[in-house]
Design a protein around this ligand. Structure first.
Ligand SMILES: *Cc1c(COP(=O)(O)O)cnc(C)c1O
Length: 377
């Protein structure tokens, strides 16, 4: 991580994080729920928005719980004074059990050896560890195979100092709107839980849904929902735009640091992958794939200058990107350049950027490196 630079040092490239928009999205998503607990998923550095300020805002906006992916993220939140329940949605490894218990993080349990490691750490630290059992209903990433759930509970449910607060699964095809597969996975989850409860293996909190389920499948909300990307202003899929309106939280902007005019047939950038067709004004902006601005945007995307959409030209390098500003009247060094967000009448969304590179919004936002200063407004 870049040591935190004195905030008086001028940064050209910044990500402005609109906390009011974030808060509004939390309220909009909360409005979709009846009684379910709201767990705000702020993994992956809050999808690139900066995990600590976003966690604080989420809690203030009424998120009852927070979800992260790594033990480090959970520990950082604890060290930053966050007291809300924090769940680790990915798996942990046995050597992390001591930290999980120490920082009061809720582990997702997908194997016997993790359950035993948590129990051992909890006994050693004289604490009770709260955990959730994860069932694999078809994503085949983490989780106990439903057929083996009863045997698992037999071996692990009564381990000392372990409190099985919840049981959950994560769907593989919900964002795609594949309701046949999703309903099958849901029924598998329900039937497995029912069978376990018959054997007195009880789990007070049952949950299955991320943003898509929160938006489109009320009957699957159960005791808790876990929205992530929606809180940052993007529906997982464009079909949901008609159902819910959200506000993008991040604006990514920089400045034109250099401007040059090149004659026709000049090669621009590494590999000469762009060749000027006439006398062209080529601008350079200080952001590159080392900042998480994807190299696949080379010769393949747009930015806004003076309210006008201009092409990215040539190959994006670690720290620089070329843009073609030939047709922008009055363009000069120092001009603001918007990569994600609005300028004048035009807007480039993270979804536009994702479409250009055949990716998704998660990748575009979460790729933004720590070195890009976040400014919270
Ligand atoms: C990432 C994740 C979420 C949030 O998903 P979104 O589609 O961003 O809302 C919820 N639950 C689990 C287990 C996750 O890994």
């Amino acid at each position: 991580m870049l040591p935190h630079v004195n905030s008086l040092v001028e940064s050209h490239t910044v990500a402005e994080i609109d906390l009011a928009a974030f808060r509004s999205n939390v309220n909009t998503m909360k409005g979709k729920l009846d009684h379910s607990i709201f767990l705000a998923v702020i993994k992956t550095n809050a999808y690139g928005h900066g995990i600590v300020p976003i966690a604080q805002e989420a809690v203030e906006a009424g998120a009852e719980r927070l979800g992260v992916t790594t033990v480090e993220e959970g520990a950082l939140l604890r060290q930053s004074g966050i007291h809300s329940p924090i769940q680790i949605l990915s798996t942990i490894t046995p050597d992390q059990a001591d930290d999980v218990v120490h920082y009061h993080l809720i582990a997702s349990i997908s194997s016997e050896n993790i359950a035993k490691a948590i129990s051992n750490s909890a006994v050693k630290q004289n604490r009770s560890a709260t955990v959730h059992l994860k069932l694999d209903t078809g994503l085949h990433r983490f989780g106990i195979n439903p057929e083996k759930a009863e045997a698992f509970c037999k071996a692990c449910y009564f381990l000392p100092n372990v409190y099985w607060e919840g049981i959950y699964t994560h769907f593989s095809n919900a964002d795609e709107g594949d309701w046949v597969t999703t309903e099958q996975q849901y029924q598998l989850f329900r039937n497995t839980v029912k069978a376990l409860e018959k054997r007195e293996y009880l789990f007070p909190l049952k949950h299955v849904g991320a943003s898509t389920i929160a938006i489109e499948r009320k009957h699957m909300h159960l005791d808790m929902v876990r929205p992530g990307i929606a809180l940052f202003g993007y529906q997982p899929d464009v079909r949901q735009r008609n159902i819910i309106s959200l506000k993008p939280v991040m604006t990514l902007k920089t400045k034109l640091v250099h401007l040059r005019t090149l004659p026709p047939n000049s090669k621009v950038g590494y590999g000469g992958n762009y060749v000027t067709k006439r006398h062209e004004k080529i601008g350079i902006i200080p952001i590159g794939h080392g900042d998480g601005y994807k190299r696949r945007l080379s010769n393949n995307g747009y930015v806004l200058v003076r309210g006008q959409r201009v092409e990215i030209v040539g190959t994006i390098s670690l720290d620089q990107t070329f843009i073609n500003v030939t047709d922008v009247p009055g363009v000069k060094e120092g001009d603001e350049v918007v990569l994600i967000g609005s300028q004048g009448e035009d807007t480039i969304s993270a979804r536009d950027v994702a479409d250009w590179i055949h990716s998704n919004v998660d990748e575009v936002l979460a790729s933004l490196m720590d070195r890009v200063r976040r400014i919270y407004t």
